[in-house]
Design a protein. Structure first.
Length: 187
């Protein structure tokens, strides 16, 4: 499944670089104050991303703006959260928004979809889906984390590539004691 998200390989002298398309989805009046600011910030972040991953991947971007009824909604990670955490408010799951914008087969498209939102909780930066998860191919990012020097997108892309957290105090894999970092890492 992860292979379909990568496009044509580009060969350089010593390496094989894979092209990866990030299709950015922004809701007018929700994500940024204006489209020009959004495009500037995304381009700066894409330049940073290509410096980080440049030896293995070439990230390309496509930016789409939408006028949507979702601009006044709260975004819940899963549809079920609308019935529990955000009961009584306008609430939508990001996958529902992408499905409306891209169609029912959005997961089959050869790109990662990046939905930019304003989270209700300011400490939320974003999340990416692991390759074996139902919503693989979807990243949800806080508009406050889309700028030059931001580290959330490379972090969340790591999850899309199947990487877990390995920093101190986190073990996301049951039965994997070696995945748990007991001492601080200097990396």
């Amino acid at each position: 499944m992860i292979i379909q998200k990568f496009r044509d390989a580009v060969y350089t002298k010593d390496t094989k670089i894979r092209k990866v398309m990030l299709r950015w989805h922004l809701i007018n009046g929700h994500s940024f104050s204006n489209q020009e600011e959004a495009v500037t910030n995304i381009r700066a972040l894409m330049t940073d991303i290509n410096k980080i991953y440049g030896k293995a991947f070439l990230f390309e971007s496509e930016i789409k703006f939408y006028d949507s009824e979702y601009k006044d909604y709260k975004f819940a990670k899963h549809k079920e959260h609308c019935n529990t955490k955000y009961q009584g408010t306008k609430c939508v799951a990001p996958s529902t928004v992408i499905e409306k914008m891209e169609g029912k087969n959005w997961k089959d498209q050869p790109c990662f979809h990046v939905l930019v939102v304003n989270f209700q909780r300011p400490e939320l930066a974003g999340y990416g889906q692991f390759p074996w998860m139902d919503q693989f191919g979807l990243l949800v990012m806080s508009s406050k984390r889309i700028h030059k020097g931001a580290t959330t997108l490379p972090h969340e892309l790591g999850h899309c590539f199947g990487l877990f957290h390995i920093f101190r105090g986190v073990s996301e894999v049951r039965g994997c004691n070696v995945c748990y970092e007991r001492d601080a890492n200097d990396l």
